[in-house]
Design a protein around this ligand. Structure first.
Ligand code: OAK
Length: 842
């Protein structure tokens, strides 16, 4: 890092002070230049893929200008940063999003059309970076968009997995997982930072040394690898601010194999280099379940250690006192996955920087905050002490230390309360002793939040009750949100144009709450008509998508009824498909001439991935496909009922599916879905929800009005009692005849696959029906009847659709991020001056 001589610096500054112009000609020449000089393709022969790559590079050039200026400006202003730490980011495709946020989509569309390319086909060339499982990863991506848009000084930190979540194929009705090597055509968006590398240590031993009467601990790792930074610019909308998502990739370090090379074992040395690269190779494909594998712990520590080192390097450049750290840094833990960051910062402060334990704790405690994303017990991370102590011996020691000091305080406050002591402890005793990462996260953070009002309340009354009683002020709620840029502006251009006309500007993109002022349009027949036209166009797009991928011909006039999310028992896709069968049996029982009077034609679609080892979830997919095969080929039923499984649900497919949907299902057992975020996307896009009073559905009902949703099922307070009732009775008694008949039909082999499907049904027939499908089924059927009744009245349906959309303002992630910034991070926005329009229009 040799400084450049000041004279040449000013020369360079002169050369760099001009920004890329945005005229059609300038865009075209930058694209063509990239075809020739970046891709080394001839102008006379380049494919659509090359076109996508060149266009992306030309957009990236613009992002880089803004990105470098942004952090330079933040640095000059000496601002406080938030560091968002997450093992997952589901950012989705970048090109359209970047163009929309830079407000250049129109210019690029025209420039490309002039060169003979349709920009939408160019978009389709992009792979969807899928470095996450589901809700938690997508939330992180929405948050980055809002942090950039609202000009917050922020950094996202994560891992650059070579393989994202698997691609889901359906073969003979079963899910098949195909590896997602998403980088095989390169990634024009990322910037590899050859000069940003940090050493990461594993294993080894600790020694204690006494220096000047003070004990010092030295941890010597026996395996050393390197984490290298890959930067991904995240542009804000309607601002020049562009922030960074920094993803780490593991690489071998020269120190790592020094020994083996010296011992002359060449192949062994190469093997160990490959092991280092393997760490960031694969994303663990489990959603809300804990795997407990050493490789996963290595991933977590790599993220944590590299990020903390990076943050410290930045902090030290300003040479501030350690006690000033919390004034300049907020660290947000996206669930417990990066919780070791608390311990890593403690280790560096005490072992390396020489701070006293209490001083270090002040620094750590006041900068960290933790978000919980689930109360499912199977998701709670608990690392075995042997595993943790072997991989990170010093970290385990520090955890014991934190726990010791914490429990001492507890026993002073609650003498002889052994129950409290054992529930609050960071250590779970037993034959297999473990470290509870949630307890560590709570103890080490000054703020803890849930992701919807109901969820946050359940944290304080159930899962974290004792912690809440200890420090109630620490516990907060931050209801999730989603970005209207990707989920309306990009995904639903028709609706965006309509909203622009209604509002008279596109101000709603930054302020969704203003839509509330236009509720009177919901009754306007002309608007209703246009609203229906937009929905129909979106349905047509999905129609072709389904025809091409599933070979099913849907009736565009049928009600598009959709449930897309990870497949999980608590989300109750099983209840949905059992109802589909109920409907099928009812149609078959009805005389042909009465069928159309009694049943609204429906196209019921399911989509979502099952974790590869989750057998019950895979059987649910098998059942959906078995029903689909039977029903879709039944001539008698025709277009009254179609059932489709939409393969490989991901962000880019969601952008087609959500705007086309009319009814969407969010039907988890009350209390089990922390928030849900697709429910918000559906509502924004004018979709009606059939759902339980769970997660953010409760707040959606508050905003849009219960009369504009189809709410059913047991409330949270009733669930336990229903479970107890069922435990002592035969399933035939509490299922009732309608659900029993459905189960009997499946067991009679009506749909084939008897072995798998009986095993699936046994999860509700003989395993106590933990998710209370049996108890909620009748109320679900009634809600479905209300759906049919309303859909017959197009105008009433459309009115509710409009109101859903106009009242969804609360669920913009802009609102959520403002709350985090003000109530947890204590963070001020910092907007960089926008280079003048005249400069850019040259
Ligand atoms: C994933 C792994 C471990 C723990 C939680 C998750 C997760 O994805 N949780 C989901 O987070 C979303 C964002 O907060 C919520 O909307 C979902 O309800 C929740 O299941």
């Amino acid at each position: 890092n040799t400084p450049v001589a000041s004279q040449s610096t000013s020369k360079i500054w002169k050369l760099m002070e001009k920004y890329l112009p945005n005229s059609k000609e300038a865009i075209q020449s930058s694209v063509v230049n990239h075809v020739e000089y970046t891709l080394a393709k001839t102008r006379f022969d380049f494919t659509l893929l090359h076109c996508y790559q060149a266009v992306s590079h030309s957009v990236r050039d613009r992002l880089i200008e803004a990105f470098n200026d942004t952090y330079q400006y933040f640095n000059n202003k000496d601002v406080k940063y938030v560091y968002y730490l997450s093992l997952e980011y589901l950012i989705g495709r970048c090109l359209q999003n970047a163009l929309v946020n830079l407000e250049l989509e129109g210019q690029y569309k025209e420039a490309m059309l002039d060169m003979g390319y349709n920009l939408e086909s160019v978009y389709e060339q992009e792979v969807d970076p899928a470095l996450g499982n589901g809700g938690l990863g997508r939330l992180a991506a929405c948050f980055l968009d809002s942090m950039a848009t609202l000009n917050y000084p922020a950094w996202g930190y994560g891992l650059r997995y070579s393989y994202g979540i698997f691609r889901q194929q359906i073969k003979d009705g079963y899910q098949v997982e195909v590896p997602d090597y998403w980088l095989d055509r390169g990634n024009p968006w990322e910037i590899e930072r050859l000069d940003v590398n940090y050493q990461i240590k594993f294993y080894g031993s600790i020694t204690k040394k006494v220096e000047d009467g003070k004990e010092r601990t030295i941890w010597e790792g026996s395996e050393i690898i390197v984490a290298r930074a890959y930067d991904n610019p995240i542009p804000g909308y309607n601002t020049f601010n562009t922030i960074n998502l920094r993803l780490w990739r593991s690489l071998p370090s020269s120190e790592f194999d020094f020994k083996s090379f010296n011992q002359g074992d060449y192949f062994k040395a190469l093997e160990s280099r490959q092991r280092a690269e393997f760490i960031t190779s694969v994303l663990y494909p489990n959603d809300s379940t804990y795997a407990g594998k050493e490789l996963r712990l290595k991933q977590q520590y790599l993220l944590v250690s590299a990020t903390i080192q990076d943050a410290i390097r930045r902090f030290k450049k300003k040479r501030k006192e350690w006690k000033e750290w919390p004034k300049y840094n907020a660290l947000q833990l996206n669930d417990t996955h990066p919780a070791l960051a608390i311990v890593e910062l403690m280790r560096i402060l005490t072992d390396i920087e020489g701070l006293e334990y209490e001083e270090a704790w002040e620094v750590v405690y006041n900068s960290f905050a933790y978000t919980n994303h689930t109360i499912l017990p199977e998701a709670l991370e608990k690392w075995g002490v042997e595993l943790l102590g072997n991989l990170l011996p010093r970290h385990l020691e520090i955890i014991y230390n934190i726990n010791h000091i914490f429990l001492e305080k507890i026993s002073r406050k609650y003498p002889n309360d052994w129950r409290k002591l054992s529930t609050l402890s960071l250590v779970e005793e037993g034959t297999h002793k473990t470290i509870r990462m949630a307890n560590l996260s709570i103890v080490g953070s000054h703020a803890v939040n849930g992701v919807a009002a109901l969820h946050s309340q359940l944290l304080t009354t159930n899962l974290f009750k004792d912690f809440y009683e200890l420090r109630p002020a620490k516990f907060q709620n931050k209801t999730n949100g989603v970005t209207p840029r990707r989920w309306i502006r990009c995904a639903n251009p028709g609706l965006s144009a309509l909203l622009n006309d209604v509002v008279g500007s596109d101000d709603w993109i930054l302020d969704m709450d203003i839509l509330k002022n236009f509720q009177k349009i919901a009754d306007d027949p002309a608007i209703q008509n246009r609203w229906m036209q937009v929905k129909r166009q979106n349905k047509e797009k999905l129609y072709w998508w389904v025809k091409e991928r599933c070979g099913v011909d849907l009736n565009i006039d049928s009600l598009f009824d959709i449930q897309v999310k990870r497949i999980h028992e608590y989300k109750r896709q099983l209840m949905n498909i059992l109802y589909v069968i109920r409907r099928y049996l009812d149609i078959k029982k009805t005389p042909a001439e009465e069928r159309r009077k009694l049943f609204v034609p429906r196209s019921i679609m399911f989509g979502g991935k099952a974790a590869p080892g989750y057998i019950t979830a895979k059987r649910i997919i098998r059942l959906v496909n078995a029903v689909s095969q039977k029903v879709n080929n039944d001539q008698e039923v025709g277009d009254l009922l179609k059932v489709v499984f939409l393969p490989n649900y991901n962000v880019s497919n969601a952008q087609v599916i959500i705007p086309a949907s009319e009814l969407s299902q969010h039907i988890s057992t009350a209390g089990l879905e922390a928030s849900g975020t697709s429910n918000m996307k559906f509502v924004m896009n004018g979709c009606l929800i059939i759902g339980t009073m769970d997660g953010a559905n409760v707040e959606i009902a508050e905003e849009v009005g219960e009369e504009n949703m189809f709410i059913f099922g047991a409330r949270v307070e009733q669930v336990e009692e229903l479970r107890n009732k069922m435990r002592n009775s035969n399933y035939r008694d509490y299922f009732g005849p309608r659900l029993t008949e459905v189960c009997d039909a499946i067991s009679s082999d009506l749909f084939g696959y008897k072995y798998d499907l009986d095993a699936l049904l046994d999860t509700i027939r003989n395993k106590n029906d933990y998710y209370i499908l049996g108890a909620d089924f009748e109320s679900y059927c009634e809600a479905q009847q209300r759906v049919d009744n309303l859909y017959r009245n197009k105008s009433e349906w459309t009115k509710k659709s409009i109101l859903n959309s106009l009242r969804s303002g609360k669920f913009s992630s802009d609102r959520t991020i403002r709350q985090y910034a003000e109530e947890i991070w204590d963070l001020e926005p910092c907007e960089i001056p926008n280079p003048s329009k005249s400069e850019k229009e040259r």
